[in-house]
Design a protein around this ligand. Structure first.
Ligand SMILES: [Zn+2]
Length: 472
């Protein structure tokens, strides 16, 4: 069917029910499921709906909405160049041979709805992934790296990312005796206090993560008791650390992560539209919130805490980390104008890699809104701000937005593009193409072939889409 497939067509996404996901109807993933996965989706309030996957990875492959038995991967295999673009299939990227999976979309585009801490983890770089995959292809299904980005869909996303600045870690080691006791290696601690370096940090962190379970249990127990008695004073007056220790211990009682995350790692809070980029071998553990996540094609993960002991890869994990010790802003990823947008209603999150860019399109039928709300909200008509409370601010396009009236046109990208509607309803179509318009409600997912100029029109009021694309 490859030759007759329209340039824009609807996909059926995959869902993952990992136990850290939000439950039942409180999960954004379950709310999107009827549009994204299947129309007759029946919600179970006790199920944790953690992730929605939009891509070709074997652990959560997308299928065609109109032909649920046909996988997107299968369709691509029938004609890789028309679905992935010549640039990908002929390896014309900066790094030759970068895309081993020439029949795969080069990214996995996801939505996560997080109720409690994910495993404390890092994703191996390419060389380590190849090595791990060769040794254990069951656990490490991919030989590829997995840099990832996260964009908050709502205010208040929280996650642990990277190591705190060294002085902060020193402070915790000196003010929390239970932490030093669990590390149980005076020499390593002394060396770290004397000379703060990546090597000495690695020794201390490794000792903590490798500590015996019963020792960790005793130390966590004593620390919780002290926090109950002394409040934030128990951890050097750090209110957020004392709250985090309690929260994490409620979620994963006596887990070594209860000590490792709050005292060694940065806690990052993101408001809607703010993003972070996590490169290969960077330690992280998301804690709560709803996010867009996008990553290179890989499902490889090294876990060291917040998972049962037999699911940990502690020694490989501690040997692989970068030990980057910086303030949280080091990991932030800015939102920039998207250069293939014709109407300026789409912005980009463009990490320093070739596999993907994440896009955000915010549509408003401004003419209708102007009439309805002109007297109520004068700022809207003069500034072109798309809607109150949104992070996206277009200060130069008021007239343009009005003229386009809830429509965006994206010029053709070099590689594949996948989009999902997270607010309102849109009509999606190939500009100048003969194929019918694809109507998409809340949760609707589309695939756009490379080189296709695609338009999205809000059906009424406001609409929002998120995309992942391999643009250049
Ligand atoms: Zn991760």
């Amino acid at each position: 069917m490859s030759t007759e497939t329209p340039a824009v067509f609807r996909l059926k996404a995959s869902m993952q029910t990992y136990e850290w996901g939000k439950k039942g109807s409180s999960s954004l993933v379950s709310q999107l499921a009827r549009g994204a996965v299947r129309e007759d989706f029946e919600l179970e309030e006790e199920t944790s709906y953690a992730e929605l996957w939009m891509g070709t990875h074997q652990n959560g492959p997308a299928h065609l909405w109109s032909e649920p038995e046909t996988s997107l991967a299968g369709l691509i295999t029938s004609s890789p160049q028309s679905y992935l673009g010549a640039k990908l299939t002929t390896g014309q990227f900066n790094e030759p041979g970068k895309f081993p999976h020439s029949t795969q979309v080069p990214f996995i585009f996801k939505i996560l709805s997080i109720a409690k801490a994910l495993p404390l983890q890092a994703h191996p770089d390419k060389a380590l992934a190849e090595d791990l995959h060769a040794k254990d292809s069951l656990q490490f299904v991919d030989d590829n790296h997995k840099p990832e980005i996260a964009v908050a869909l709502k205010d208040g996303f929280r996650g642990f990312v990277g190591f705190k600045e060294m002085d902060n870690i020193v402070e915790s080691l000196q003010s929390v005796p239970e932490l030093a006791e669990a590390i149980d290696n005076e020499d390593a601690i002394r060396r770290f206090l004397q000379e703060k370096s990546k090597e000495s940090l690695k020794d201390v962190f490794s000792a903590l993560l490798s500590a015996k379970e019963d020792l960790v249990k005793r130390c966590v127990g004593r620390l919780i008791e002290r926090i109950d008695r002394q409040g934030a004073n128990a951890v050097g007056g750090d209110e957020s650390a004392s709250t985090l220790v309690r929260t994490l211990n409620d979620q994963y009682p006596s887990d070594v992560g209860v000590l490792a995350a709050p005292f060694f790692m940065n806690l990052v809070t993101l408001n809607r539209g703010e993003a972070i980029y996590i490169g290969a071998d960077e330690v992280h553990a998301y804690l709560e919130g709803d996010i867009i996540e996008c990553m290179a094609v890989s499902d490889n993960v090294l876990n060291a805490a917040f998972v049962p002991p037999d699911s940990r890869n502690t020694s490989t994990f501690v040997n692989s980390l970068t030990y980057t010790s910086r303030p949280p802003s080091h990991w932030s990823l800015p939102q920039t104008p998207y250069k293939l947008s014709r109407t300026g209603q789409t912005t980009a999150y463009d990490p320093p890699l070739e596999e993907f860019t994440v896009l955000h399109t915010q549509l408003s039928q401004s003419r209708a809104n102007f009439t309805a709300s002109a007297t109520k909200d004068a700022s809207m008509s003069t500034t072109g701000i798309v809607s109150k409370g949104d992070f996206l601010t277009l200060d130069q396009g008021a007239q343009t937005v009005k003229d386009w009236n809830g429509k965006e046109v994206l010029r053709g990208a070099a590689g594949p593009t996948i989009g999902i509607v997270t607010r309102g309803m849109v009509e999606c179509r190939e500009e100048g193409g003969d194929f019918a318009t694809v109507p998409l409600g809340f949760g609707g997912v589309v695939f756009v072939k490379p080189g296709t100029e695609v338009s999205v029109q809000a059906v009424q009021g406001e609409a929002e889409m998120w995309w992942a694309t391999c643009a250049e």
